[in-house]
Write a protein that binds this ligand. Structure first.
Ligand SMILES: [Mn+2]
Length: 196
């Protein structure tokens, strides 16, 4: 099988991002975005998806974390799509219900190349270590659009914003890990249309 890895660089006046992604990794990571809580989430994501992720971002954090978080979503999505290539042999659909302490989050994904995001996570306008939780939706939108994912994220219940957001990233990781896994019984693309 072809190696499913990619490297992307993305530079704008607001951010400069370098990302290397291996979908058949072991969950190793080296992440620095300048936003500590976001690093923590991306590290959890790599670890639980069993992706190897190297990601360095330098953004205009003096403005706020918005540009950095959104552009990391774009760059990571582009890297995902490039690493996936034709998507031959993958399981394509997966979902995961992830508990974290008092919180529970459901993530469902279709690696369809027809991007859509449904994000039903109502958290008060909260901050975690200076990180604005509303940025998670911006990140997921940018990531799903560029990765070509139909992505559904729903908070079943939970209290701690830290636990809820961590469950979102870990649930996404586990769902994607399964969705991009090569199923030996799948011949070619998992679509009756013959295209993804
Ligand atoms: Mn944590």
């Amino acid at each position: 099988m072809r190696e499913r890895r990619s490297a992307k660089e993305r530079k704008t006046r607001e951010t400069e991002i370098r990302v290397e992604l291996d979908l058949d990794g072991r969950g190793t990571y080296e992440v620095s975005t300048g936003v500590a809580f976001f690093d923590h989430m991306l590290e959890s994501f790599a670890k639980h998806a069993l992706f190897d992720l190297r990601l360095a971002a330098k953004g205009d954090l003096a403005v706020d974390a918005h540009h950095t978080v959104e552009d990391v979503g774009i760059a990571l999505g582009e890297a995902f799509r490039a690493a996936l290539g034709s998507a031959e042999g993958i399981r394509r659909y997966a979902s995961f219900v992830l508990p974290m302490a008092e919180s529970k989050v459901e993530v469902a994904v279709d690696v369809s190349n027809r991007p859509y995001l449904v994000y039903r996570v109502d958290l008060a306008n909260d901050r975690i270590g200076g990180f604005d939780v509303s940025l998670v939706e911006d990140f997921l939108y940018a990531f799903s659009q560029n990765a070509g994912l139909d992505l559904h994220v729903e908070l079943r219940y939970g209290k701690s914003p830290h636990h809820v957001i961590e469950a979102v990233f870990k649930g996404l990781a586990r769902a994607l890990r399964e969705a991009v896994e090569i199923d030996p019984r799948v011949e070619g693309l998992p679509s009756v249309k013959g295209a993804l």
